[in-house]
Design a protein around this ligand. Structure first.
Ligand SMILES: Nc1ncnc2c1ncn2[C@@H]1O[C@H](COP(=O)(O)OP(=O)(O)OP(=O)(O)O)[C@@H](O)[C@H]1O
Length: 210
């Protein structure tokens, strides 16, 4: 399982290049922080990795990847379902008996510091709890590629810290994880760092920028 990115570059019609000459090999067990100034193309790169968007130059090859999940800035859960329901569901969907699915779900809630709210409805969770639950649910679903867009953007400092703490426990041997972020603490919670600033035309050698 692997994502190979080769000499990738993208620009939208009649707009300047966002980035060029990006080479990456993404593998499971790592959590890649994707940083860069606002408008540098972080969300665009996530869409290219997912295959939602075709690159203007270069290639993105996904090897042995069929399931791709996203976690967005705002947690989207089912309001009246409990936290445990949210993480048990992916296990049930894979055919686990209820008891086992709930046990596995509970272990994930413990890992993400959510054991105390296991039986709380989603609508009663705080912003940080909701966001950590989205990460826990994404891990439970075991996608081969997990794309996370600005997970702390809507959170205050201490709530963001809780989410960043969860990110330090996110790495999974079954999943390649990429997190677009502005937050230096999120970047430091990841295992690897890709800085789009180094791939903006102004930073690249030669005269290709225009
Ligand atoms: N479909 C589109 N058509 C034209 N321009 C687009 C499109 N999608 C994004 N852009 C532009 O591309 C640039 C990069 O956007 P993108 O959202 O990828 O940046 P970002 O680094 O994620 O920004 P931020 O940190 O502010 O979220 C922006 O100037 C944006 O307006």
């Amino acid at each position: 399982m692997r994502v190979d990115v080769r000499t990738l570059g993208h620009q939208f019609p009649d707009r300047p290049w966002l980035f060029r000459d990006l080479d990456l090999v993404l593998v499971p067990g790592h959590v890649y922080a994707l940083t860069g100034p606002s408008g540098s193309g972080k969300s665009t790169l996530l869409a290219l990795l997912a295959g939602w968007l075709a690159p203007q130059e270069g290639t993105v090859e996904r090897h042995e990847i069929s399931d791709i999940s996203w976690v967005f800035q705002n947690p989207h859960g089912t309001p009246r379902r409990t936290a445990l329901d949210h993480v048990a569901l992916p296990f049930l969907a894979r055919g686990a008996p209820v008891h086992e699915a709930e046990q596995d779900g509970l272990s994930l809630l413990v890992r993400f510091g959510l054991a105390d709210v296991a039986h709380q409805q989603f609508r009663r969770l705080s912003g940080g709890e909701g966001q950590r639950l989205m990460l826990a649910r994404a891990i439970a679903a075991r996608p081969q590629l997990l794309l996370v867009d600005e997970p702390t953007a809507q959170l205050d400092l201490s709530t963001a810290r809780e989410v960043n703490d969860a990110i330090t426990r996110l790495a999974s041997p079954q999943t390649i994880i990429v997190i677009a972020t502005h937050d230096p603490e999120t970047r430091d919670s990841c295992t690897d760092h890709v800085d789009l600033a180094h791939h903006q035309p102004a930073f690249l050698p030669g005269t290709r920028a225009r």
